[in-house]
Design a protein around this ligand. Structure first.
Ligand SMILES: NC(=O)c1ccc[n+]([C@@H]2O[C@H](COP(=O)([O-])OP(=O)(O)OC[C@H]3O[C@@H](n4cnc5c(N)ncnc54)[C@H](OP(=O)(O)O)[C@@H]3O)[C@@H](O)[C@H]2O)c1
Length: 197
């Protein structure tokens, strides 16, 4: 069975955006969370235009190469300007998770309004044997509550943003994690965890 993984660039105080993210404003004042995509000499083999440090490229491409479909929460979709009608990942179909209609979706995007289980099932089908990537703290938290997450990756950037959208939201019970790999790299530390079941 394909895995469900969620990888985000996150500040040390746990934010995946800065203050005032939104359509046309992206990550708000937290754009430095993505600096490590472009501060090295190793081109990504998956994402055109990304040039990372060698250790970051190994981690980033290793994860990106596994993903065959992406489930993004509605805030991620809107704050990313609806991904220009496409997908956040060059090789993966986008499934948008929301409680409401989204009439602006294109034929390259799929909306699911019946919950995280259905969104992940639709993504698994689209992924054709590859893994499912989850984007957004809300989408991740819903999937953790439903027991559907296999791996969580923090690309931890050494900054305290002081505000923004949090990676992890309230959970009804503890979720135990096991560290798989920790990779220090210029401008970021990659922390790869497995969810313990
Ligand atoms: N730093 C990074 O690497 C990174 C990566 C991805 C995204 N981001 C940014 O992080 C922010 C993510 O925002 P976020 O954490 O607030 O949210 P999010 O997960 O992107 O979206 C949350 C929304 O998704 C919908 N949703 C979540 N669970 C659902 C469920 N079980 N059933 C139906 N709908 C459900 C709801 O939309 P409705 O209630 O409105 O329908 C909910 O308000 C965005 O600004 C994005 O640009 C950063």
């Amino acid at each position: 069975m394909s895995k469900v993984i969620s990888a985000h660039a996150v500040s040390v105080d746990g934010y995946i955006t800065g203050r005032e993210p939104g359509p046309g404003r992206g990550l708000g004042d937290g754009t430095m969370l993505f600096d490590w995509y472009f501060d090295g000499g190793t081109p990504s083999q998956v994402f055109d235009g990304f040039k990372l440090s060698e250790p970051s490229a190994r981690v980033f491409d290793g994860l990106a190469g596994r993903v065959g479909a992406v489930v993004a929460g509605r805030n991620t979709y809107e704050d990313s300007d609806r991904f220009g009608g496409g997908s956040p990942h060059p090789g993966a179909r986008l499934i948008v998770l929301s409680h409401r209609a989204a009439p602006e979706l294109t034929e390259r995007q799929t909306l699911v309004t019946t919950g995280i289980e259905d969104a992940i099932a639709a993504a698994r089908e689209a992924a054709d044997g590859k893994d499912v990537g989850l984007m957004g703290g809300g989408a991740l938290t819903s999937a953790l509550q439903a027991g559907l997450v296999d791996e969580v990756i923090l690309h931890q950037v050494p900054v305290l943003l002081g505000g923004g959208r949090p990676f992890f939201q309230a959970l009804p019970e503890h979720v135990r994690l096991r560290l798989v790999e920790a990779v220090p790299a210029p401008g970021v530390t990659h922390l790869h965890y497995e969810v313990v079941r």
